[in-house]
Design a protein around this ligand. Sequence first.
Ligand SMILES: NC(=O)c1ccc[n+]([C@@H]2O[C@H](COP(=O)([O-])OP(=O)(O)OC[C@H]3O[C@@H](n4cnc5c(N)ncnc54)[C@H](O)[C@@H]3O)[C@@H](O)[C@H]2O)c1
Length: 439
Amino acid sequence: MPTQNPVNIAPAEGKLGVLIPGIGAVSTTFIAGVEAVKRGLGQPVGSLTQMATIRLGKRTDGRSPYIKDFVPLAGLNDLVFGGWDIYPDTAYEAATNAKVLETGLLEQIKEPLQSIKPMAAVFEQEYVRRIHGPNVKTNGSKMDKAEALMADIANFRKANNCSRLVMIWCGSTEVFHRPTAVHQSMSKFEEGLRKSDPEIAPSQIYAYAALKSGVPFANGAPNLTHDFPALLDLSRDGGVPICGKDFKTGQTFMKTLLAPGFKARMLGMHGWFSTNILGNRDGEVLEDPGSFKSKEETKLSVLEQILQPHLYPDLYKDLYHAVRINYYPPRGDAKEGWDNIDIFGWLGYPMQIKIDFLCRDSILAAPLVLDLILFMDLAQRAGLKGIQEWLSFYFKAPMTAPGLYPEHDIFIQLMKLKNTLRWMRGEDLITHLGLEYYD
Ligand SMILES: NC(=O)c1ccc[n+]([C@@H]2O[C@H](COP(=O)([O-])OP(=O)(O)OC[C@H]3O[C@@H](n4cnc5c(N)ncnc54)[C@H](O)[C@@H]3O)[C@@H](O)[C@H]2O)c1
């Protein structure tokens, strides 16, 4: 029973267009997965929007609907997919090359995958150095390219009769850059676009085009894309939701499960060494030191934020944290991540934990893409705008309001997400106080 005024949420009527820069391993695994689930060929394992329930009211109330029945989300049958890539391969060919899903499954969904042909990309070799493709927009200034993307967006909307759109960056990781003068305001950014300022990255041009078109934008990679004043202002002033960045899968997912546990028990930590091997195209791009630096920044920030060494110097001030990624082609998408964790307990006695996670990168990322699309569309229909911190759950480096540190603890992130849904529907927020059971 709602006890407060629910948020006014427009119904999820009509088609929801999903626009993806980067038709690679993650995006094709996601699209193929949706097509497979629609045909009863598999289950959407890992997706909160499809599989999770949400408790409402007291533990004794017995109210735990599915999230998808509690808030009005777009249905899988209403999703339409499109995207851009520097390679002209259809989603079927890209999925086949990515070798994440078995060919037997891909054959059964060949038709919808083959119909997804990437539009010409906005691309710059300076930003992603190890790949080269012919399917790129070559004419004009960066502003001309932004306008060409806006035309792509408008054409896609019309051709597919979409009532709403969401864009999610699943492109390669761009090289590390910090915001510069051109990123500080909309007028400077637009002037920079007209002058083709080299500090404006391709992903930023997609984000600009999306936000200008009123389309929510999520960033699945660690690059600087919409996390600077110009685009933050555009998203807030234009009433468009944004979120990012860098999908929290594999090793960082494990880190944000374990580190809050050590801290909760006030166990100390001397060091955490993480190393990975992976052999997909993402791994190849990350061999470039500039792209790796983007990834390293988001991966390293997590422990510091969770463990708060400034509050617990005795436990964490000397923590040594290192992350390595090695490109190793034989493994393809089947990454292996090793962690060595040196912790200490009572009276400083040392202990070690070793993790060997044989994971599948794109299998872990695909359900996150689905949830982010459906929740970003919900956010827009609920009138939310700017940074959607309640979606931190999905990211290695959650975006927050300037000056606010991000919350990395996955259990706090989950509570924040579910409380946001309760708030939308006018249900009591769950504080876990629970004194009323003992009155
Ligand atoms: N798989 C995971 O678990 C995971 C986790 C976190 C982040 N990510 C990030 O997600 C992104 C996608 O990963 P992936 O494994 O699918 O990589 P991928 O290399 O298979 O696919 C990326 C695609 O983006 C295309 N691309 C690059 N620049 C582009 C541009 N400017 N416009 C349009 N297309 C462009 C490439 O041609 C490629 O096809 C990467 O940045 C990766 O770091 C993945």
